[in-house]
Design a protein around this ligand. Structure first.
Ligand code: ATP
Ligand code: MG
Length: 236
């Protein structure tokens, strides 16, 4: 589903967001992207959905070379990808319902199906009585759930989630992870950026660890408990 080959992302002023990152994620995998603040997690996710272009290297997402994508091909790519942003990016002037159904409008779904799917997604996330509220009337956790509903309502082949549990108390965080796990069980490839140790402890998924823009560790679930730590693949 994703291949990155020797990717650098250099921001203006010589700050590196990523340095020489190569990795591959198979269709149907669930991967945690982790590492300290400033390690490059958000940068990596933004490259995958074409919000940034790499300074060097190649990125293939769902068979498309994202590093060379024309702006005309970006909407087609984005239809394949649900994104949960670190800061939600809800539309302040739209209602909860409108914030979620916009994904399906862009996908061109018929009106009736669009309403039914939006409604059922929001109900599943416990937001059935918030449909007509504006985002500012919601708590942080509720806004987060709207962002998740918007990312998942289209059943995307790929979900990119940037700290999806960042502002939530532990119970809510695990609820959100259950919803993401549900999407994964239905076939969505999932990448969750997080530095929340309680999530990493609880879910035994593959971990990609970034530090100062470099991928320093790629740890697969089968190396977690039974094997000694040195069987994890050290990358630098
Ligand atoms: N738009 C930008 N312009 C310049 N530098 C940037 C920009 N965005 C990110 N950076 C830098 O790139 C590096 C990686 O940032 P990034 O936001 O990807 O880290 P992160 O792992 O997501 O951190 P956090 O856990 O705090 O969200 C940091 O040094 C950051 O300062
Ligand atoms: Mg980030």
């Amino acid at each position: 589903m994703i291949q990155m080959y020797h990717v650098d992302m250099r921001y203006p002023g010589e700050t590196y967001g990523l340095r020489d990152v190569s990795l591959s994620v198979e269709r149907g995998e669930f991967v945690f992207l982790t590492g300290p603040s400033g390690a490059g997690k958000t940068t990596l996710l933004r490259l995958l959905f074409g919000a940034e272009h790499p300074s060097r290297g190649q990125i293939i997402v769902a068979g498309r070379n994202v590093s060379r994508l024309s702006s005309a091909s970006i909407p087609e790519l984005r239809r394949q990808i649900g994104v949960i942003f670190q800061d939600f990016k809800l539309l302040p002037e739209r209602t909860v319902f409108e914030n979620v159904c916009i994904t399906l409008e862009i996908a061109g779904l018929p009106r009736r199906e669009l309403r039914a799917r939006t409604w059922s997604m929001l109900r599943r996330l416990g937001l059935g009585d918030r449909l007509d509220n504006r985002p500012r009337a919601l708590s942080g956790g509720e806004q987060q759930r709207v962002a998740i509903a918007r990312a998942l309502v289209n059943d995307p082949p790929l979900l990119l989630a940037d700290e999806p549990t960042g502002n939530l108390d532990p119970d809510l965080a695990f609820d959100i992870m259950d919803i993401i796990a549900d999407a994964h069980a239905r076939g969505t490839t999932v990448i969750v950026a997080t530095h929340d140790p309680s999530l990493l402890e609880r879910y035994p998924h593959r971990r990609l660890v970034l530090e100062s823009g470099r991928l320093i560790l790629d740890r697969r679930p089968d190396t977690f408990s039974n094997a000694p730590p040195q069987t994890a693949r050290r990358l630098s």
